[in-house]
Design a protein around this ligand. Structure first.
Ligand code: PEP
Length: 249
């Protein structure tokens, strides 16, 4: 019932030439792909990605500001993304939270702005290693959701994809076991039922992210509450990205 969604997150990598090469390899495969897929990329590469791929291929920005215009040097607004034909964005990635002062409050402001503007979002939540080792991971992640979704209406919340990304598994090669990832995603779905409704909880998509690669994607995707993956390192190489988006073939 929930169509799987696998999105690559290129972070601060790539060039116009590398996008073109990637598209040449990936585009021919897309006709056989039965899931939703796409790439989140730096602002400089978004237009090229849009031009190189057909419309079904989703192109995400990696961040946006919650204001429309103003004195926010270095920032980009929802309107600016829409202006170049980009209607999807990742909000609250742990690297933005860690290095750029993103908080649940700003994540919430960005989700509200995106909803107002009709921009699709993936919102990232996840615990640190210390939080997991202290047994606080469920409390941490569920309270992040409470704050991130504050004042977001059900009709807007249902279009938000939630990415559960344990910080200790991002870019480290350490993957949460499929069972651990499933356990958290199930808790997230239950939390969405209590924040909104059973209907919303049944339809909202939850991704897992953290060292997903061709070798483990199938097992992760087989978990009942995991509807997709947000993939960093393994999405940079066309060959690996193709293996990820055809995991079900
Ligand atoms: C990410 O960037 O969201 C991510 C999960 O990275 P990686 O797959 O490299 O761990």
């Amino acid at each position: 019932m929930r169509k799987p969604i696998i999105i690559g997150n290129w972070k601060m990598n790539g060039s116009i030439d590398s996008v073109k090469k990637f598209a040449t390899e990936v585009s021919p495969v897309l006709k056989d792909v039965t899931i939703d897929c796409g790439i989140a990329a730096p602002f400089t590469l978004l237009s090229t990605l849009k031009n190189e791929f057909s419309d079904e291929f989703k192109v995400y920005a990696e961040n946006m500001h919650f204001e429309d215009t103003g004195a926010y040097t270095g920032e980009v607004s929802a309107d600016m993304l829409l202006d170049i034909g980009i209607n999807s964005v990742i909000i609250g990635h742990s690297e933005r939270r860690k290095y750029f002062g993103e908080t649940d409050e700003t994540v919430n402001q960005k989700l509200q702005k995106a909803a107002t503007k009709g921009v699709n979002t993936i919102v990232c939540v996840g615990e640190s290693l210390e939080e997991r080792e202290a047994g606080k991971h469920f409390d941490i992640v569920l309270s992040m959701l409470e704050e991130d979704f504050k004042d977001i209406k059900e009709q807007d919340a249902q279009n938000i994809v939630i990415a559960y990304e344990p910080i200790w598994a991002i870019g480290t090669g350490k993957t949460a076991t499929p069972e651990d990832a499933e356990e958290m995603c199930k808790q997230i779905r239950n939390k969405m039922a209590s924040l909104y409704s059973n209907d919303l909880a049944e339809t909202i998509k939850i991704q897992y992210g953290g060292s997903v690669k061709p070798a483990n994607v199938k097992e992760i995707m087989s978990m009942p509450n995991i509807d997709g993956a947000l993939v960093g390192g393994a999405s940079l190489k066309a060959e690996d990205f193709i293996a990820l988006i055809t995991y079900n073939k």
